[in-house]
Design a protein around this ligand. Structure first.
Ligand SMILES: Cc1cc2nc3c(=O)[nH]c(=O)nc-3n(C[C@H](O)[C@H](O)[C@H](O)COP(=O)(O)O)c2cc1C
Length: 342
């Protein structure tokens, strides 16, 4: 008698084939609220903010919040980081309990509080140790494990990423995301996608190219120039979450339709309300300011001072033109048509 069929989880390759544009992990940004917002405008595969392995193992409330995946929050990968392989192995086992799409190991964060302690991009100082750590995490996780890293520490004459890609594939890493800058570059300079292409050429696991992909045209160009299985978008999605919808259209050969002003206002209000529901008004109003750019450059510039002064939902609504203080020259108040369900 055959057992009832259960659909196996999609592999990383299948997820990227379904839609190759991934929302990047971003601390204090890609929480459950923002992942939902991005999926409302076309995103599919998302990655959580990074979670410190030690916090995961101690099951702190912060780690639990970051790694909690609601049933409709799929496909989402959980990203972990830390300097200690044994701790990362345990963290991966715990992360797997949340049934993420896969587990991603951060080997690319250049921020001193992370890298100085041997985590993130510090793994690039010792590629052999990084590969051995990845091998152990793969063995412990019981599910696909991916690595997100940079092309090298900088300024090596030849970046280690090509050799690393091969070796990470050899130890069972399921996919590799390459932020095409060195660690020393931080977020400065231009991401050199050619390194993702070179790495892709030497492995058969999916490679995801990351860095400076901001528009639907960038998505098409990055896929075209690198032949990678996917692209990952970070800052571009903070400012313009519609990039996912626009990339879908662009890849399907359909016209790319930018958001209307009413959609822009509706999305800002949706992010605000979701943040307030998740964190309370006192924290939810200020964290939403990070997304000021969704209003579009001209309007964002005009309302910036008043939006940064606003501390309540009502005040923000006023600034956006919902109430008394509708800004001169701002877009019309959102109509019912533009109300978005997130
Ligand atoms: C605010 C912020 C937070 C970030 N947090 C993380 C993180 O938690 N894990 C990670 O791997 N990368 C993190 N990154 C890096 C992004 O995932 C991405 O690699 C980088 O921003 C380059 O892509 P972009 O040019 O599309 O922004 C962060 C970036 C930003 C701007």
């Amino acid at each position: 008698m055959s057992s009832p069929s259960v659909t196996p989880p999609a592999s990383v390759s299948e997820l990227l084939r379904a839609f190759p544009v991934v929302l990047a992990p971003m601390e204090d940004v890609t929480d459950a609220v923002f992942r939902r917002i991005c999926r409302g405008v076309g995103a599919e595969l998302c990655v959580t903010e990074f979670v410190h392995a030690q916090h995961m193992v101690a099951r702190t409330s912060l780690a639990r919040r970051k790694a909690l995946l609601a049933p409709d929050d799929q496909p989402t990968a959980i990203q972990i980081y830390g300097p200690d392989p044994a701790m990362l192995m345990q963290a991966a086992e715990i992360a797997a309990e949340a049934r993420p799409a896969f587990i991603d190991i951060n080997c690319g964060c250049w921020v001193p509080r992370v890298a100085r302690k041997g985590a993130g991009a510090a793994w690039l100082r010792d590629p052999a140790a990084m590969v051995e750590m990845a091998r152990r995490v793969v063995a412990a996780a019981g599910m696909p494990v991916t690595v997100k890293t940079r092309i090298g520490l900088g300024p090596e004459s030849h970046m280690p990423i090509i050799d690393l890609a091969r070796r990470l594939e050899d130890v069972g890493v399921a996919a590799l995301t390459i932020h095409c800058r060195t660690a020393h570059m931080g977020h400065t300079g231009v991401a050199d996608w050619a390194w993702a292409r070179r790495a892709r050429e030497v492995v058969s696991i999916p490679v995801v190219v990351n860095g400076d992909v901001r528009t639907a045209d960038d998505v098409a160009r990055a896929l075209d120039e690198t032949g990678c299985a996917g692209v990952m978008i970070g800052r571009g999605a903070i400012d313009h979450p519609w990039v996912f919808r626009e990339a879908r259209a662009r890849l399907a050969g359909a016209p790319v339709v930018p958001p209307t002003d009413a959609e822009r206002a509706a999305l800002y209000r949706a992010i605000l309300r979701a943040n307030v529901a998740a964190r309370g008004e006192r924290a939810g109003v200020p964290v939403t300011r990070r997304h000021l750019a969704v209003l579009g450059p001209a309007w964002a510039r005009a309302v910036r001072p008043s939006l940064f002064a606003a501390t309540t939902v009502a005040e923000v609504d006023d600034v956006l033109g919902e109430g008394r203080a509708r800004p001169a020259g701002g877009p019309p108040a959102p109509t019912g048509d533009a109300t978005m369900e997130f």
